[in-house]
Ligand binder design. Structure first.
Ligand SMILES: [Zn+2]
Length: 264
């Protein structure tokens, strides 16, 4: 089995003690590489360091996560822009492969509604300028997210709508963006989830990538535990059942989708 985990927060506290074992288990399970998303300015340098020490296996992305946006967002953006542009240059010891994770999240609160919109749009502009794909987080905000992304879609390389869990109509709307893919993770394995039906109905296999969102969202039967890239085979199995095709086809096609969008 071979696969790529396109979204795992392996730079976080949860993996501080045993990252080497986590990486080894991922490799043993068939993981080719893992994309590590950034969330804020404070952790960006550490993230780059971690990815540098597993060069060729951990690939960094940097951006300001919507839940990290605060009142002084202009300061946050200024500092983040420096990190993003520096680590996107050819001179950087470890190069970012995407801007992210960025997006909008109005699930818990709308306190920084305007600030979130500003931050998202500004970071989308960086992706256009740097010709980098986007790693997008969107919760309870698809209308706003789509409205902003439409303005730039012709100039964007593409991206991933990470942790997709929507319905058929939402899937269709997201797939109307060329070169954008849906990130599918542990939710697909939950008994209450209709996700595999939605995928089978309206999402061609050529438009999905795999992700864990480690340490969150562990798939069944690991639900509730710390998630890690070596759990991806549970997702592959569920998708193979849902699409009614062999697991190898899920592996081959999702790797192809990933490598055609990201410069790895
Ligand atoms: Zn994430």
């Amino acid at each position: 089995m071979a696969f790529i985990d396109t979204h795992a927060h392996l730079d976080g506290e949860d993996f501080a003690d045993d990252l080497h074992s986590v990486v080894q288990r991922a490799m043993d399970a068939g993981c080719r590489c893992v994309f590590v998303p950034g969330i804020n300015v404070q952790t960006s340098e550490h993230l780059l360091k971690v990815c540098d020490s597993f060069k060729g296996f951990l690939y960094p992305m940097l951006g300001l996560h919507p839940e990290e946006v605060e009142a002084d967002y202009r300061q946050q953006l200024l500092a983040m822009k420096e990190f993003v542009y520096e680590s996107a240059s050819n001179d950087s010891p470890v190069k970012i492969i995407a801007v992210g994770e960025i997006g909008l999240d109005f699930y818990w609160s709308r306190d920084f509604y305007e600030e979130q919109l500003q931050c998202f749009e500004e970071q989308v502009r960086w992706a256009v300028e740097l010709h980098l794909p986007l790693m997008i987080h969107c919760r309870k905000a698809q209308a706003e997210m789509v409205r902003i992304l439409r303005k730039y879609e012709k100039n964007l390389v593409g991206g991933v709508f990470h942790c997709f869990t929507g319905n058929e109509q939402e899937a269709r709307e997201l797939l109307s963006f060329q070169n954008f893919l849906l990130g599918i993770g542990g939710v697909s394995t939950f008994k209450s989830s209709h996700l595999t039906n939605v995928l089978h109905a309206v999402v061609p296999l050529s438009r999905i990538v795999l992700e864990t969102d480690s340490p969150y969202m562990a798939p069944v039967p690991m639900r509730g535990q710390r998630n890690e890239p070596s759990f991806i085979p549970y997702i592959i199995k569920r998708l193979a059942d849902g699409y009614n095709i062999p697991e190898e086809d899920i592996c081959r096609q999702t790797i192809e989708n990933t490598t055609s969008l990201f410069a790895i």
